[in-house]
Design a protein around this ligand. Structure first.
Ligand code: SF4
Length: 261
């Protein structure tokens, strides 16, 4: 296993983001196998939580990056961070050592679990993925292995919104398959009431082509009733140099100036 901490990376959503990968597995470990995933196919399809890295190892790495400048310490990496059963303890540890705001990027697949929602409440920002307007497209785009339906996940997100006082952002990835469903996706966002909607399209190399700036602008127009909407083409991206390029590229392959997360 390499290091748990990577970056900082420039994030169009979070500024200078220091990555924490609580999975750190050799290949991707995820409860989804999204058709646009930049990490390639899911190597370990996992739907149950377990411990992947020990907190004492994380504590040792945190000591080494104590003085690093970043806007957020962000739980992300080679898969779905809520699969780590020690996520809550890790959030507490990161906050106490680094003193940075903590964000978690999640695919929302385990939001139905009370323990996951409880642990996510410890974060300052939660970025939750919703890409599909209906169950059929959920299976087609995200290819979940969890038993939860899209309806159950959306209901859990609404519940989380009521419980959570931090910043909740909904990330919606638009590709050819769902680009004509912007109105339905906007209605989903209105139902969840996030602080922010992040309209994304896969700008880093993967098996799916990104939508054009004009297509994303058309999609954005359906979201005018939401209080804050940003898109991958509009948001600024800070300049930042990662501590360890290899460990960063493992989580963000072939990043380039035009590619944003
Ligand atoms: S949820 Fe994220 S890591 Fe998992 S398959 Fe989808 S894009 Fe890849």
């Amino acid at each position: 296993m390499g290091s748990i901490i990577y970056g900082p990376v420039p994030s169009w959503r979070l500024g200078r983001s220091l990555g924490i990968d609580l999975l750190s597995t050799k290949g991707k470990t995820c409860s989804f196998d999204c058709i646009y995933c930049q990490l390639g196919r899911t190597v370990q399809s996992v739907a149950e939580r377990s411990e992947f890295v020990r907190l004492d190892k994380l504590a040792t790495e945190l000591e080494k990056v104590k003085d690093i400048g970043a806007d957020y310490a962000t739980f992300s990496g080679v898969g779905e961070p809520t699969l780590a059963s020690n996520l809550g303890e890790a959030i507490r540890l990161v906050k106490s050592v680094l003193g940075l705001p903590v964000a978690v990027l999640t695919n929302s697949s385990l939001m139905t679990r009370e323990d996951v929602r409880y642990e996510l409440r410890l974060a300052d920002a939660v970025v939750a993925k919703v890409d599909a307007p209906n169950e059929k497209m959920f299976r087609q785009i995200n290819r979940p292995i969890t038993r939860y339906t899209l309806t159950e996940i959306l209901n859990a997100l609404k519940l989380f919104r009521k419980e959570y006082h931090g910043k909740l952002a909904l990330q919606m990835m638009f590709i050819e398959a769902n680009k004509d469903y912007a109105l339905e996706m906007a209605k989903i966002a209105v139902g969840v009431l996030p602080d922010e909607v992040q309209i994304n399209t896969p700008l880093r190399p993967c098996r799916v082509k990104p939508l054009t700036p004009a297509e994303i602008a058309t999609i954005r127009r359906e979201f005018t009733s939401l209080p804050k909407v940003i898109t991958a083409y509009e948001a600024p991206k800070p300049d930042v140099m990662p501590l360890n390029l290899m460990e960063t590229l493992r989580r963000r392959p072939k990043d380039s100036q035009q590619q944003r997360r």
